[in-house]
Ligand binder design. Structure first.
Ligand SMILES: Nc1ncnc2c1ncn2[C@@H]1O[C@H](COP(=O)(O)OP(=O)(O)OP(=O)(O)O)[C@@H](O)[C@H]1O
Ligand SMILES: [Mg+2]
Length: 234
């Protein structure tokens, strides 16, 4: 009896949720794309959450997964340093400060490309909603702040699929680029640089900025509304 009641309550909850059938919307590549990948066949959706360390990305993504899967959508998650190809090596490389900015940049790009090819593109083809905990914009901003060439970066990340970007404020200390010996001072200077770069990219690519200084519920409600629009193809 208790079980029947629980099932009935569960069914009522599901029935009360608004079920959206995702509308197909065109995907683009950030640049030259990948030969042989047909954009028309990527029927899933890509939602990217960029944002500072500890800005609440995981919290919001976990809520989004619950909500989306509760509505019957299949989801998959990707993020930085999560590739099976190089994530462990990348983590080890980060322990020392021995690799050049360019080498580190290529390491991150490899980690991203592996996830793009083996997770993101197959999932989008299968109609999944891909939730990315950071994406190419964080990677590019970090490298731009470290003086790498923008045209070169755009070419490296030209393989990426892009769709919808949300950003929750900003991150980390940037001690490696020698802005200050004091970690807190370095943090402030680095954040200012990152924010400038992010705002510049925002002007070009039109990210949606979400105010992260609110309650978990308020942020989740805004994100839900925005993702609903994305699913409706608006
Ligand atoms: N809107 C919020 N208001 C207050 N605290 C929050 C909010 N969102 C998340 N938190 C809390 O802040 C901490 C960091 O959140 P979370 O792990 O989601 O951030 P993150 O961006 O994924 O961090 P990381 O960069 O370490 O992956 C957690 O303790 C979480 O409970
Ligand atoms: Mg997290």
């Amino acid at each position: 009896m208790a079980l029947t009641k629980r099932i009935a309550t569960g069914l009522k909850t599901i029935a009360s949720r608004r079920v959206l059938v995702p509308k197909r919307s065109p995907k683009r590549f950030y640049g030259h794309g990948i030969p042989g990948v047909d954009r028309e066949r990527l029927s899933g959706k890509l939602v990217v959450i960029e944002g500072a360390d500890g800005s609440g990305r995981s919290t919001q993504i976990a809520r989004m997964v619950q909500w989306l899967e509760g509505c019957g959508h299949a989801t998959v998650q990707v993020g930085l340093k999560r590739s099976t190809l190089v994530s462990e090596e990348l983590e080890r490389a980060k322990q020392g400060n021995i690799l050049s900015h360019l080498t580190m940049s290529l390491f991150y790009a490899t980690d991203f490309a592996d996830q793009l090819e083996n997770i993101i593109l197959p999932a989008l083809k299968a109609g999944f909603i891909v939730l990315a905990d950071r994406y190419i914009y964080t990677l590019m901003v970090r490298d731009l702040v470290r003086g790498l060439d923008e045209a070169w970066l755009k070419n490296v990340y030209g393989i990426s699929v892009v769709q919808k970007i949300q950003a929750l404020d900003y991150w980390e200390s940037g001690m490696d680029i020698g802005l200050s010996r004091d970690m807190f001072d370095s943090f402030l200077k680095y954040q200012a640089l990152v924010e400038t770069e992010f705002r510049r990219l925002q002007a070009t690519y039109g990210f949606t900025i979400v105010n992260g200084e609110r309650s978990v519920e308020e942020i989740a409600a805004e994100l839900q509304e925005r993702v609903e629009k994305l699913l409706e193809g608006r």
